[in-house]
Design a protein around this ligand. Structure first.
Ligand code: HAM
Length: 430
């Protein structure tokens, strides 16, 4: 019986694994460059972890299970709640500020589509206990720093930035009820993905007062920060939030990435826990979903029973990123799955045990080595050597029996030379 893979999952054959490693190594390098330390948590948590503050969308996409003890668990759809739990758990022992990164495997029961799967990897960087726009700017910088390192430019990607704090203050000044804010965020977050009429209909349902709905629509059409005070009455809270957002933009300018960064009132984010700056990076072509998204979540640690500590961060999935890198020709299919220093060819059954000894000796000295399993023609064995991307082949044949010599073949130039077995070993650098 043949069992197919589960819908929305991927198998990573060595070639796909090489791409995954390429992306992850880039993520790790960018994290380390920007001063983050790595952490991880379990792949499942108590179901209620995600029901506290992630929002309805995530709850609907949970893979959940009941263990034998009747505990309700869920496979992690994101790592931010785990981060909050872990930090709270050791809040007095951990040196702060905390700058942590992680690359968890996540599962969401979404309808699989281009760039969205049911299982994916997501790079997270988070800064905890820095109640300053510098941390927000640094999170955006780290994301762009990585994306730039792959070869993507301002022609390919843009960071769209806004503020939940500003939006909340503006909605309050329009007269929107406090308990409406969360569902309104979820709707406004979907605006760009919905047909106009569908959005209008849903907005009318959410905000039945026509004048308020009208003003929300006007607000969402604002294209520059400067226009905001012209459209809405700026109370004290809105002015403070606007100044804070302007500060983030000034810092991004100082960091030299302002060309990548744009204000966009339409960025609201789907998750419920954001409280301040919010951002997403999108491909400029606009056809793909967000490459990454994040923002400030100052209440999450408190919501998880900890102290009130500021936090900001982002998550970047591997799916949209890979599609974009391919589209832009920045990912070649020829990423090596392995690269050997030596491939050992053996032309005589009698020499196989010497081939095994030589392989073990070279491996012990730190070289990346493989050896043929079966005697075949030299041509066949050299083909195998090429397929392993070996830099050199070592050929054990008649010369070894006769004169204790092996043949060393440079796989790129094709040049070969004979060398005394003992000299070869003593010439090696280690
Ligand atoms: P999110 O917007 O749900 O945020 O996900 C962030 C990124 O993860 C998305 O932009 C996308 O690249 C990727 N992603 C999400 N769902 C899928 C999927 N089904 N398939 C493939 N990729 C996906 C969060 O998860 C927040 N916890 C990020 C964060 C960290 N905020 C603060 N710190």
């Amino acid at each position: 019986m043949k069992i197919p893979p589960v819908k929305g999952t991927r198998d990573f054959y060595p070639q796909e694994m090489a791409v995954r490693n390429f992306i992850m190594e880039g993520w790790k390098a960018a994290s380390i460059r920007n001063g983050f330390e790595e952490y991880d948590g379990p792949i499942f948590e108590h179901l209620k972890m995600y029901q506290i503050k992630s929002g309805q969308e995530i709850v609907e996409q949970l893979f959940h299970l009941t263990d034998r003890g009747g505990r309700e668990l869920a496979i992690r759809p994101e790592i931010t709640p785990t981060l909050a739990r872990m930090v709270n758990q050791q809040i007095n022992a951990l040196p702060r500020p905390i700058k942590w990164f992680s690359i968890p495997r996540l599962c969401r029961a979404e309808r699989p589509q281009k760039g969205r799967l049911r299982e994916f990897f997501q790079w997270n960087v988070d800064i905890i206990d820095v109640d300053d726009p510098r941390a927000d700017a640094e999170v955006i910088f780290t994301s762009i720093d990585f994306l730039r390192s792959t070869g993507l430019t301002t022609a390919d990607i843009q960071a769209k930035i806004s503020s939940r704090r500003l939006l909340a203050a503006l909605l309050r000044s329009i007269g929107i009820d406090e308990n409406k804010l969360e569902s309104l965020y979820a709707l406004l977050d979907k605006k760009a993905k919905l047909p106009c009429e569908a959005f209008e209909e849903m907005l009318a349902k959410e905000i039945p007062v026509k004048d308020q709905a009208e003003r929300i629509r006007d607000l969402m059409e604002v294209t520059t920060i400067e226009d905001i005070p012209r459209i809405v009455h700026m109370n004290e809270a809105a002015t403070a939030a606007l100044d804070e957002l302007k500060n983030v933009f000034s810092l991004l300018d100082l960091m030299g990435i302002s060309d990548y960064c744009h204000f966009d009132m339409g960025i609201v984010r789907g998750l419920a826990y954001y409280t301040g700056m919010v951002f997403e990076v999108h491909a400029t072509s606009g056809k793909l979903r967000a490459i990454c998204g994040g923002g400030r979540f100052d209440n999450l640690l408190k919501d998880f029973g900890g102290p009130s500590i500021a936090a900001t961060g982002m998550g970047m999935g591997d799916c949209v990123l890979e599609i974009l890198l391919r589209e832009k020709g920045l990912l070649t299919d020829s990423l090596a799955t392995r690269m050997l220093d030596y491939y050992i060819c053996c032309l005589d059954d009698e020499l196989m045990s010497r081939a095994i000894v030589l392989t073990a000796t070279l491996r012990q000295r730190g070289y990346v080595v493989d050896c043929v399993y079966k005697i075949s023609s030299l041509g066949k064995q050299l083909k195998l050597a090429s397929s392993t991307n070996a830099r050199q082949s070592i050929i054990l044949g008649q010369e070894l029996i006769r004169d204790n010599q092996l043949v060393l073949k440079d796989m790129q130039s094709g040049n070969q030379r004979s060398i005394q077995y003992d000299h070869f070993l003593s010439d090696l650098s280690s």
